[in-house]
Design a protein around this ligand. Sequence first.
Ligand SMILES: *Cc1c(COP(=O)(O)O)cnc(C)c1O
Length: 476
Amino acid sequence: MSVLSANGKVDLLSNGFDPTTVPAEPLPPVVASEGEIGNGGKVGGEKKREIVLGRNVHTSCLAVTEPEVDDESTGDKEAFMAGVLARYRKTLVERTKHHLGYPYNLDFDYGALSQLQHFSINNLGDPFIESNYGVHSRQFEVGVLDWFAHLWEIENNKYWGYITNCGTEGNLHGILVGREVFPDGILYASQESHYSIFKAARMYRMDCVKIGTLMTGEIDCADFKAKLLPNKDKPAIINVNIGTTVKGAVDDLDLVIQTLEECGLSYNRFYIHCDGALFGLMMPFVKRAPKVTFKKPIGSVSVSGHKFVGCPMPCGVQITRIEHINALSRNVEYLASRDATIMGSRNGHAPIFLWYTLNRKGYNGFQKEVQKCLRNAHYLKDRLREAGISAMLNELSSTVVFERPLDEEFVRRWQLACERNMAHVIVMPNVTIETLDYFLNDLIEKRSIWYEDEKVRPPCLAADIGSENCVCPLHK
Ligand SMILES: *Cc1c(COP(=O)(O)O)cnc(C)c1O
């Protein structure tokens, strides 16, 4: 079998590790350049650099085939499918063991919920208003929302929220609420914000200003001030990161608020959305961490449910102030409910998984897990530095940034996420010291091969994590 690639060439179907293959759909370039993924062209001048894309799935996809006439009697097809699934399950077990780069907690046991997989549970519409579709889980959803409202200190009758399909949906919703409150507002976000923020800006056609960051990855409030002042006659919609994607940096919410005030924007002239996708549920349990709370003038907070919390399907939580949501809502007769969400149908299983895990762990359970993650992250960073490898760990974070491995196969084996000269490991509750040792030994061994020849040098990370964290030949 072979596929035609977009440029008309026949791709030979190898199963090798070829990072240069791209989807056969209309994407002919081997690499994409960052400029194309920016914020709608608002900020120019960034140097284009190459991005390595993953393998073309067409080389390994599982075809759907028509059943044969006699399949039902022979059972051949059933047996074939059972074999495919059994092999797939094996790869899942193996891939789960070698996962370090994405902030997904893979440690959970939801066996008690398997009895529910036979139901099509759907919470379409507003969580607080039943729809005519009865196979729903709103009683779980609102219980979970109340738990988060309590965590972020807003009373039950003052908030509105829902369980989203992911952290991105929370961001899309938070920015939309901001835009509905201030239709002529300008969106401000640090350049290290998640790409979903800039996607929101493009979708809603909002003016978006990118703010510079400090070496840690936090928003640079001096730059924020400089970019806010010329626009201070327009309302501001600000994305504040509670844990950036690459470096796990926490923006200083208090300093952002102070900067807004210094520029003369009063509370009724700005809207703050807090993107807590990664760290929103870890921060409350870190001693000394600044507090995310609705007692401060913020408009919304979102978090991913499949990251630290450990849901087996993508989901998230979005909480905002109830007074904001009316601008966005429409009653829908067909639903007998209200529409204020981004999506229509909503996963009704996710709230039950969240409810189950929140009940089992509670505040204390999460606190213990957060402490374990931070301890293990420090262990990893220290051992990397002992081995002469550039590494950085932000104070409130379990994201260890280090030198990008030379070999893409190694990156894929450990499922690392890379940007520029950096790679990172995000220490989640399922990542044990044993896993980290296994990984470290593998890395150290491979490096001795990659850098055996003096001519090949490890990358310099001074521009990414600061020269004090870089031990490349130039900085050590
Ligand atoms: C992961 C992440 C998101 C997006 O969350 P998804 O659940 O993957 O959609 C948004 N912001 C930050 C900072 C993240 O780390």
